[in-house]
Ligand binder design. Sequence first.
Ligand SMILES: [Zn+2]
Length: 286
Amino acid sequence: MRHSLALPALCVSLCGCLCLCAAAAGCAHLATAQLARLSPGSEPDGLPDRAELATGQLVIHADFPLSEKHRMVRDLESLRLDVSQELGLPVSDEPIHLYLFQSPARYESFVASRFPAFPTRRAFFLQTDTTLSVFAPWQDRIAEDLRHETTHGYVHAVVPTVPLWLDEGISEYFELPRGEHGRHEDHIAQLAGRLLEGTWRIDLLRLESLQSAGELTQDHYAEAWLWVHWMLHSSPARRKVLQDYLADLRRDGQTAPLSVRLTHLDGPQVECEEKVRAHLSSLAPL
Ligand SMILES: [Zn+2]
């Protein structure tokens, strides 16, 4: 979750050839024609092109020199295998272009110029028919933002169409530093607090009904993370349900949803949701 900066973190997925995911809450739509103007350039509002670094699946374009030995770069490389192994997905060689701006002001100028209809966001992921790209400014939460957005890239490189809620749940899971094993303290605290208030309940069908990022609230991001954490950490059988689902999505974007698959393993929806609630309680005793 992202809340320390003036620019909130949001994620947006669009249907068809274009997927846009940014770090925060809200919605944006880009016309495909706008992509034609995304050519590198040295103008003040152009793409970063002063330094380029290719490492693993990543091609990093930056306003400044960046060593492949930089801890953040190594971290993003490691993320590729982590995502693959945790989700049971193959790795891809499809390049993911990371555009790193020297400052939020430079990034905001770029977004305003190239995506004038797009509300300002802290970072975003863009998928077209031919490219996977991440855009982000250098700031104090750059590592978290890049882990989140690059996770979208690693996943979309092999599963181009992922349900919005799951796409975000997976990226929220992997945005955390490796040593935290997907335990998202901000989400745990938020959901536990909402349960105590009685102002929120677990509801996978509601998550699955979400069609645009503009509908996503912080509760949705947090709940999406919770379902992913539950499937990956509660039992090998549930982990396999998630992995099988993603494998099937690679072949058929219309395959049976996770809610149906989980009921085969865990019983009716209400029982599934009670088990997820218990999982949350085990993380933050209520
Ligand atoms: Zn996202």
